[in-house]
Structure formats: structure tokens, C-alpha cells
Design a binder for this molecule. Structure first.
Ligand code: HEM
Length: 212
């Protein structure tokens, strides 16, 4: 098979513009430049907690599904790290998360729930966007956030102890390619869904930069 037709390559090229939009979103730029408020970062952690809870519950439920099973990497799960970070950041349980952030999170989680019921195989796109992102750009954020917030703890989300990020990315892409070989139609649908997933993320970032 021609390299260009591997699902890992198709995903990268078809989401290049969407990735650029996410990377250059106001919220991501604020995070990198140390211009994100403590409150916005707490809301961001809350939002990620909701999204990963929904996603990881679905993955667990579907782990024997013939497609989801190929990308079942529980060693990448982030839910517990987000719980720890919310504790470290003293996120108040009655915290008044703005409606716009709640709405963006609801949209994202509803899409995951819908796919789990109706087209579980398309969750591959959601798994790709979040976990490969965490293993890539996330590792760059890991370096700047403690300095930006003048805080040493509370960044467990970016840590993958006992795991070689580069090696895991190679294995992850290999599994994507196996899925791609199952069906051309499925590959195309996964690429479409990955664009949707990036869009759900950028909408969430937009709701967060409005909080500042
Ligand atoms: C400022 C923020 C970001 C930076 C600096 C950044 C940077 C990068 C870099 C350098 C790579 C390539 C890594 C490699 O090929 O080994 C990458 C890949 C990736 N990033 Fe980001 N990223 C950012 C934000 C995001 C966000 C917000 C998402 C998703 C919501 C995301 C999702 C991904 C994905 C899925 C890949 C894998 C692309 C592929 O090779 O198929 N990134 N990122």
C-alpha cells in the first residue's frame, strides 16, 4: 500500500489546518505565553475532566469492539491525573463554571456519547486527537506551565510515567494503519470525524478565552 494511503498519514494531512487552528487559538497562545488566569486554567481542567471521563468510560465499555480494541491503550488514560490536578488546584466543588464553557463541554461529550451508541468505530478519531495531542504538544506545555503559573505541582495531566512517548506514538500509528486497512470508507469517516473533534476542541478553547 502507498504510504499516502495509510490512515496515520491521512489523519495527519487532513487535519493539518485544523491542528494549526487549535495550536494558534487564543487560549493555547495564552497558556504558552503565561497569560492564562488561574481561574481559566481551573475551568480548563474541569472541562478536560468531563471530556476524558466520557471518552474513557466509552473506551472501557467498548474495549472488545473489533475496531476500538486495536486502539485500546489504557496506559494513556488521563482521568485520574485530572482528578489529581483538580485537587492540587483546589478546584472548589461548587465552582461556578461559566455557561459558555459548560455548553462547549456538553457539545463535546454528547458527540462522544452519540458515537458510542451509534458508530463506535468513529471514536478512533477522538482517541487520535486527544491522546496523540497529549503525547505531542502536551509535552511542550509540560515544560512551560510550571514556570508560567509559578507552581511546581498540579501538572500530572502532562505526565506519562514509565512510558516512552515517542515509542508509544509509533505503536499508536501502527494500530491506526491496521484500522485503515480494514476499510477505505471507514478511514474516510474517521478523518471526517477527526476534523469535527478538532472543531469541538477549538470551540472549547474559545469559550475559555472569553473567561479571561
Ligand atoms: C500550542 C499548542 C500545540 C502545539 C505546540 C502542538 C504541537 C504539536 C507538534 C509539534 C506535533 C508533532 C509531533 C510529532 O509528529 O511527533 C503535534 C502533533 C499533534 N497534535 Fe498538537 N500541538 C498543540 C496543540 C494541539 C491541540 C490543542 C490538539 C488537539 C486538541 C493537538 C493534537 C495533535 C495531534 C492529534 C497530533 C498528531 C498529528 C499526527 O502526527 O498525526 N495539538 N502537535
Amino acid at each position: 500500500m502507498n504510504e499516502n494511503h495509510l490512515l496515520s498519514n491521512s489523519l495527519r494531512t487532513s487535519t493539518m489546518v485544523a491542528h494549526k487552528n487549535a495550536e494558534t487559538s487564543t487560549f493555547m497562545k495564552q497558556l504558552f505565553k503565561g497569560e492564562c488566569s488561574k481561574e481559566s486554567y481551573q475551568f480548563y481542567l474541569w472541562a478536560l475532566h468531563e471530556v476524558y471521563q466520557t471518552l474513557e468510560q466509552s473506551i472501557e465499555y467498548l474495549k472488545t469492539h473489533e475496531v476500538i480494541n486495536k486502539l485500546y491503550f489504557p496506559q494513556l488514560f488521563r482521568l485520574q491525573t485530572l482528578k489529581n490536578d483538580l485537587d492540587e488546584w483546589h478546584f472548589p466543588t461548587d465552582c461556578n463554571v461559566p455557561l459558555s464553557v459548560r455548553d462547549a463541554v456538553k457539545l463535546y461529550c454528547d458527540r462522544i456519547d452519540q458515537l458510542s451508541k451509534e458508530q463506535p468505530e468513529l471514536l478512533i478519531a477522538h482517541i487520535y486527537v486527544r491522546y496523540l495531542g497529549d503525547l505531542s504538544g502536551g509535552q511542550m506545555l509540560k515544560k512551560v506551565l510550571p514556570k508560567n503559573f509559578n507552581k511546581q505541582n498540579g501538572f500530572n495531566f502532562y505526565d506519562f510515567p514509565n512510558l516512552d512517548a515517542e515509542q508509544t506514538k509509533i505503536e499508536f500509528r501502527k494500530r491506526l494503519d491496521e484500522i485503515g486497512k480494514m476499510s477505505e470508507k471507514l478511514s474516510q469517516e474517521i478523518c471526517q470525524e477527526a476534523l469535527q473533534t478538532f472543531s469541538l476542541n477549538t470551540q472549547l478553547f474559545k469559550s475559555l478565552d472569553e473567561v479571561q
